[in-house]
Write a protein that binds this ligand. Structure first.
Ligand code: ADP
Length: 349
């Protein structure tokens, strides 16, 4: 079954929330909606769930139209599972009863199915406890089990891990991803966390101000961002201005070829902190030295602040994130290099 969103627009009163959105989710595919707060991600999820109707466009499940202008097939007829960031378990039901709740099966079979999925997400031993007796992480696992137990045709996740601490979040999303793969469940997940989207998704829909900016596999949106907004959403970046001359932009990191841009075009150069490589010897004759301003150990990596002067006298202050602990000293000249394909150049409008 393919879920397709076709030219979807929606507004709250006069505030547009999503504007002419089209994309599709294939069977078994995990698609993330990624973007800053207020860009329309949750509205799209609510539209997918049937909690809102679009003002324009349609949503199809296979051949069947489930939403169109002013119409939404009720949520309980959509065969979808929903998980929000606040677990929303029924407080007066045990965890097992919570998972059984939506199962349209005879009691014994419902309990068997519920136990199975609770086992898969690691909470079967807590079956007879009540939500208030469990931690946030346990409750969120139960919420996932409850959504997955009826074998939904589409699972909808709205920031499902954001209330959990980092370690727990990593463990639960790992468990969930295995389960989604095993059961071939199509999933639409809302997140503002680029790393989470990269980890979970087959494809990422990057949104801004109600519109899609880019859709692609994690590696494609990471390595070939269409603009500075997408480039910087996937990692802190250094940004500076330049100009195209003879098919190139001269930068303090070397000359970058820009065959597709015309001479005289003003550009913005974007290079992520993690894409800068740090050396204590020049790598090319023309390499400019930088001096070390600050150094912060982050655990698995080190963030260094560097200052350098371009040929045209421009003063640069760069951040570079390099793996592991390092022993750079303040008096050492430092040289920077980056894979040319990861120095992004965008025309300024
Ligand atoms: P996101 O999930 O990306 O944070 P939302 O879909 O929640 O974004 O919001 C999209 C836009 O719609 C925002 O401008 C937000 O303020 C507005 N909005 C969301 N919910 C409502 C609502 N219930 N009433 C009015 N405006 C809303």
């Amino acid at each position: 079954m393919i879920y397709s969103f076709e030219d979807i627009s929606h507004h709250y009163g006069v505030t547009p929330s999503v504007d002419d959105i089209s994309f599709a989710i294939k069977q078994g595919e995990v698609v993330s909606l990624l973007g800053p707060s207020g860009c329309g991600k949750s509205t799209l999820l609510r539209l997918a769930a049937g909690l809102e109707a679009p003002h324009k466009g349609q949503i199809r499940a296979g051949d069947k139209i489930i939403s169109s202008a002013g119409y939404a097939l009720p949520a309980d007829q959509r065969h979808m599972g929903l998980v929000f960031q606040n677990y929303a378990l029924f407080p007066h039901l045990t965890l097992l009863e919570n998972v059984c709740y939506g199962l349209k099966l005879p009691k014994k079979q419902a309990q068997e199915r519920a136990y199975q999925v609770m086992h898969d997400v690691g909470v079967d031993k807590l079956a007879n406890m009540y939500p208030h007796e469990c931690s946030g992480g346990q409750q969120q696992r139960v919420a996932l089990a409850r959504a997955i137990a009826p074998s939904p045709q589409l699972l909808l996740l709205d920031e499902p891990f954001s209330g959990l601490d980092t370690r727990l979040r990593e463990r639960i999303r790992d468990t969930l991803l295995h389960l989604l793969r095993e059961q071939n469940i199509a999933t639409l997940m809302v997140t503002h966390d680029a790393e989470e989207a990269m980890f979970m998704s087959d494809r990422i829909v990057v949104m801004n101000q109600g519109q899609i900016v880019q859709i692609g596999r994690p590696i494609d949106v990471y390595r070939s961002p269409v603009n500075a907004f997408v480039a910087t959403f996937f990692g802190e970046a250094n940004r500076f201005d330049g100009q195209v001359q003879a098919g190139q932009v001269q930068t303090i990191l070397g000359a970058i070829d820009t065959p597709q841009l015309s001479d005289g075009q003003a550009v913005e150069v974007v290079v992520r902190n993690e894409n800068l490589n740090v050396y204590t010897e020049p790598q090319h004759k023309a390499d400019k030295p930088f001096s070390l301003v600050e150094l912060h150990l982050l655990g698995g990596s080190t963030l260094i602040h560097l200052a350098g002067d371009g040929d045209d006298g421009t003063k640069h202050h760069f951040h570079a994130k390099i793996p592991g602990i390092n022993f750079l000293q303040p008096e050492m000249p430092i040289y920077l290099a980056a894979d040319q394909s990861q120095i992004f150049i965008y025309p300024k409008t």
